[in-house]
Design a protein around this ligand. Structure first.
Ligand code: C2E
Ligand code: MG
Ligand code: MG
Length: 372
């Protein structure tokens, strides 16, 4: 069906241009169109709009009605580049910009886009290779129970060892990975690496706490999520009781029934679910009851300002009280000072994650902190 759709798209593209123009497919779902001899650059915009209108009409393929959108980037010769390479790269940047501006629109290339977009573009290209070049790393940050001082769980946090840029934080590339779809294979790598690590530690005789993995929206909506998880756990003979998944409030808000089903199945398998960055999203208390969530992680931003912002202190106290009555565990994220710890202990919080206790560490350093 995808092939038939591409053919129909090509037919429509041809119908939008003159006979002296060129339409070519670059591969995947990308087309390049060369408009010869236009009288002004505005003409390119007119043609782009015509193309968008044409592509937006429904497609009837094998009895199904399909809808697609398009994002178009435009470069003008010779102002935006006098070589093929430069023109293609800059139209790609402009197209990226069109995607970011909400899709189904066109954008002319502008030099300002260049610097920022070029960096992003290059990073996206590198990220595509990061997996095969083995540049991804996982660090582990322990969660401590107080007052016992025991490590009750750990969070696996992704890093990218870039050959030129050094160690890159997930904040810088997770969105990019989401946009490009790379998050799915990357997420699978994270899961597999965590399972291998658990297996290694267990074989070495260590007591291994539950390890939490962060899921992004696209992974969570990926239809193979459950089968991937159970397959990878199975391949490594890991009991699901060693695994937790961290999701965010926004994921609960979309598609409530489907979400409840997925979370229910994970819960039945024995995988725990934690709600990350709690308090920063769209929190509806009725959700919390509907889903099998065992842990709330209070977002770092509330913890940071405990001492100075009475609102944050009040919010934290409320979250802890509420979690208590819903029988959920609360983990406070981002504890950096004794003062923050004191406040949280007084409010009845028992689980802590933060630099005050430990930074995220590579597995080799984490090993020495585990107990036999
Ligand atoms: P998160 O899940 O909320 O993870 C906690 C973040 O807080 C981590 O940042 C951690 O290093 C940082 N942190 C922990 N304690 C402290 C503290 O005391 N002070 C300060 N200033 N920061 C602290 P990191 O590792 O940069 O990760 C950022 C975010 O990237 C994570 O936020 C998570 O949403 C996402 N992420 C990380 N790894 C993965 C992954 O494997 N997959 C996906 N989809 N997202 C990931
Ligand atoms: Mg997390
Ligand atoms: Mg968090």
């Amino acid at each position: 069906m995808g092939d038939l759709l591409l053919k129909e798209v090509a037919v429509r593209l041809l119908a939008c241009v003159r006979s002296e123009d060129t339409v070519s497919r670059q591969g995947g779902d990308e087309f390049v169109i060369v408009l010869d001899n236009i009288s002004s650059s505005a003409d390119a915009g007119t043609v782009a709009q015509k193309i968008l209108n044409a592509l937006m009409q429904p497609y009837f393929i094998q009895g199904e009605e399909l809808h697609i959108g398009a994002s178009i980037g435009i470069t003008i010769f010779p102002g935006d580049g006098d070589k093929v390479d430069a023109l293609l790269r800059n139209s790609d940047i402009a197209m990226y910009h069109a995607k970011e501006s909400g899709r189904n629109n066109y954008q002319f290339f502008a030099a300002e886009m260049n610097q920022q977009a070029a960096e992003r573009y290059a990073l996206g290209v590198d990220l595509r290779h990061a997996l095969e070049r083995n540049e991804l790393r996982l660090h582990y940050q322990p969660v401590f129970n107080m007052p016992t001082g025991k490590v009750t769980s750990m969070e696996a946090l992704l890093r990218w060892q870039h050959p030129e840029l050094g160690l890159i934080s997930p904040v810088k590339f997770i969105t990019l990975a989401e946009e490009t779809g790379l998050i799915v294979p990357i997420g699978e790598w994270v899961l597999r690496t965590v399972c291998l690590q658990i297996k290694t530690w267990l074989e070495q005789g260590y007591e291994v706490p539950r390890i939490a993995i962060n899921l992004s929206v696209r992974q969570f909506r990926h239809k193979e999520l459950l089968s991937d998880i159970s397959r990878i756990l199975g391949e490594n003979e890991i009991n699901p009781c060693y695994l937790a998944l961290e999701i965010t409030e926004s994921m609960l808000a979309q598609n409530v029934d489907e979400t409840a089903k997925i979370l229910g199945q994970l819960n039945t398998m024995g995988v725990e679910i934690a709600l990350d960055d709690f308090g920063t999203g769209y929190s509806s208390l009725s959700y919390l009851k509907r889903f099998p969530i065992t842990t709330l992680k209070i977002d770092r931003s509330f913890v940071r300002d405990i001492a100075t912002d009475p609102n944050d202190a009040a919010i934290i106290a409320a979250i802890i009280a509420m979690a208590g009555s819903l029988n959920m565990r609360v983990v406070a994220e981002g504890i950096e000072t004794e003062e923050q710890l004191d406040f949280l202990e007084k409010q009845g919080c028992r689980h802590y994650q933060g630099f005050y206790f430990s930074k995220p560490l590579p597995a080799s350093e984490m090993t020495s902190r585990l107990q036999h």
